[in-house]
Design a binder for this molecule. Structure first.
Ligand code: PAF
Length: 289
């Protein structure tokens, strides 16, 4: 695996691969099996796989979250080598933002940036757009691979790729969430939990599963409330939201007709660590017959 740290070197290395398909996996490091599944998918879709590790300050709305973000570079490099990743792009802040971190391009996301994660993490998705836009500009991949654990982020990047003024040609490929034994969605932030907390954290998945199983047209509010209560009864500090959204348009759903494709999403704090998860509900005709 080649490790490159500057935009100039990246371009030079990639120039000899540009005739063939390039797959790109953007990350903030602290890699886990979920990231490695993205690298594997990229390897099977593309001729050359580029992974980036860059902890993007502009997407953090809390200074402490940025400062506490886990850094495990030596292990990350080892995992990427084992997964046979071709290129690791490891840029500095000035390589990514040579003109400073203030975003100059507009990223019109509409309501998508204002609901759920966007509401609780003000400015987060603008920061995600800013860094993904810049990384795509540098890597110019054919495919970008992202995990569905960050469902709303996948929707945001889908929008970003359609913004005509950015002119990106990459196709987004999303992959299913990988889970720990407790069914907790794999995440870099899980490293901040003890073994006991990791076990308890599986309750977020159980709450979403409860919604999946109990939801009927007419009981939406009660069902979401019960799922949130379940988290508080099982040791979570607080719940930001448990909500339903249309799995395609990502509009919030308060009244379900039993047919609309849904995703149930949750965000909650356990011992000061903010966890998010979601389940795409299987299409069914519940409550209609
Ligand atoms: O999902 C992440 O790790 C980050 O939001 C991303 C896409 C690498 C942008 O910094």
């Amino acid at each position: 695996m080649q490790i490159v740290k500057t935009a100039v070197d990246l371009n030079q290395v990639l120039n000899s691969f540009r005739q063939q398909q390039i797959g790109f996996v953007p990350t903030m490091g602290a890699l886990h099996e979920g990231h490695i599944s993205l690298i594997k998918a990229s390897k099977s879709h593309s001729n050359t796989t580029v992974c980036s590790i860059f902890i993007n300050p502009t997407q953090f709305n809390q200074k402490a979250d940025f400062e506490n973000y886990p850094i495990t570079l030596t292990e990350d490099i080892e995992l990427l080598e084992q997964a046979d990743c071709d290129i690791l792009f490891l840029p500095s802040l000035t390589e990514v933002y040579p003109n400073g971190t203030a975003a100059i391009k507009p990223y019109p996301l509409g309501n998508l940036a204002n609901i759920l994660e966007g509401a609780f993490r003000s400015g987060h998705f603008e920061g995600v757009c800013q860094v993904v836009d810049r990384l795509l500009e540098l890597v110019i991949p054919h495919f970008i691979f992202m995990g569905l654990k960050d469902f709303q982020q996948c929707k945001v990047v889908e929008q970003l790729l359609k913004m005509p003024h950015l002119n990106h040609q990459a196709k987004l490929i999303t992959l299913p969430t990988l889970r720990e034994q407790s069914m907790l969605a794999m995440s870099s932030r899980n490293r901040r939990l003890t073994a006991d907390e990791l076990e308890k954290a599986g309750e977020l998945y159980q709450s979403l599963l409860y919604v999946q199983n109990a939801l009927m047209p007419g009981n939406e509010k009660a069902c979401l409330q019960k799922a949130a209560d379940n988290l508080l009864q099982n040791g979570f500090d607080s719940v930001d939201y448990i909500a339903l959204a249309n799995a395609h348009s990502f509009e919030l759903v308060t009244h379900w007709d039993g047919l609309e494709p849904l995703v149930v999403l949750g965000a909650a704090f356990l011992h000061g660590v903010r966890l998010i998860d979601n389940l795409i509900l299987p299409v069914h005709l519940k409550g209609l017959y």
